[in-house]
Design a protein around this ligand. Structure first.
Ligand code: GAR
Length: 223
């Protein structure tokens, strides 16, 4: 289409999503009508159920099986080649359960994001809900952050907090947190697509968004 003089349109950004399993966060991104193109979904596991969801939606899928590579460096090199084949502006880890090398994180600096099921910097790593319950915390949640060489850390973009309820099990708490994951991850990607979110050289997050919540989550509730 020919654009009228002076009406140059900004190019639509593209996104590659990396998964390892169920793919519910991937689905939340696919269902969010984001203002960007999902170029591909890549999994390190051929049996990841999320791959089928992506295929059903007509998204290109690719498997880069970590077991086919002798070490993290060679796996990350192959993974980067698979990602770069799509020249994405944004790479979103959505339940991608491999530790990435600092070199990989640095290469995608500012355009690689992750969702983690805790209020970072608390509870990086695995079994976040069981560990939170064991510690007796009253507020738990999830975090979207830029990925750095530091596992499950890196500049925070957005977080959602949920109350921990009497009688919670890791499964009930996980479900409450997951509902919030599905709200905040599309929001973070939407900001990136729109160009309103960035990471500066000093590692600070910049967001052109002024809406500030005016309330506190208190758990258990006050009488
Ligand atoms: C999600 O809870 C995500 O936050 C977590 O894995 C789950 C994947 O579920 N990611 C991590 O723990 C990363 N450290 P999904 O495949 O249904 O999106």
């Amino acid at each position: 289409m020919r654009l009228k003089h002076g009406s140059r349109k900004a190019a639509v950004k593209s996104l590659v999503i990396l998964i390892s399993g169920r793919g519910s966060n991937m689905r939340a991104l696919l269902d969010a009508s984001l203002p960007c193109r999902v170029a591909a979904v890549i999994s390190n596991r051929a049996d990841a159920p999320g791959l089928e969801i992506a295929r059903e939606q007509g998204i290109a899928t690719r498997i880069v099986a970590h077991r086919d590579y002798p070490d993290r460096e060679s796996f990350d090199t192959a993974l980067a080649a698979a990602i770069d084949a799509h020249q994405p502006d944004i790479v979103a880890l959505a339940g991608f359960m491999r530790i990435l090398t600092p070199r990989f994180a640095e290469y995608y600096r500012g355009r690689l994001i992750n969702i983690h099921p805790s209020l970072l910097p608390a509870y990086g790593g695995l079994d976040t809900h069981a560990r939170a319950l064991k510690d007796g915390v009253k507020i738990h949640g999830c975090t979207v952050h830029f990925v750095t060489g530091d596992l499950d850390h890196g500049p925070i973009i957005i977080q959602a907090a949920v109350p921990v309820l009497e009688g919670d099990t890791p499964a009930t708490l996980a479900a409450r947190v997951l509902r919030e994951e599905h709200r905040i991850y599309p929001q973070a990607v939407r900001w990136l697509c729109a160009g309103s979110l960035s990471l500066d050289q000093a590692g600070r997050v910049h967001l052109n968004h002024v809406e500030q919540p005016g309330f506190a989550l208190v758990a258990p509730g006050l009488e």
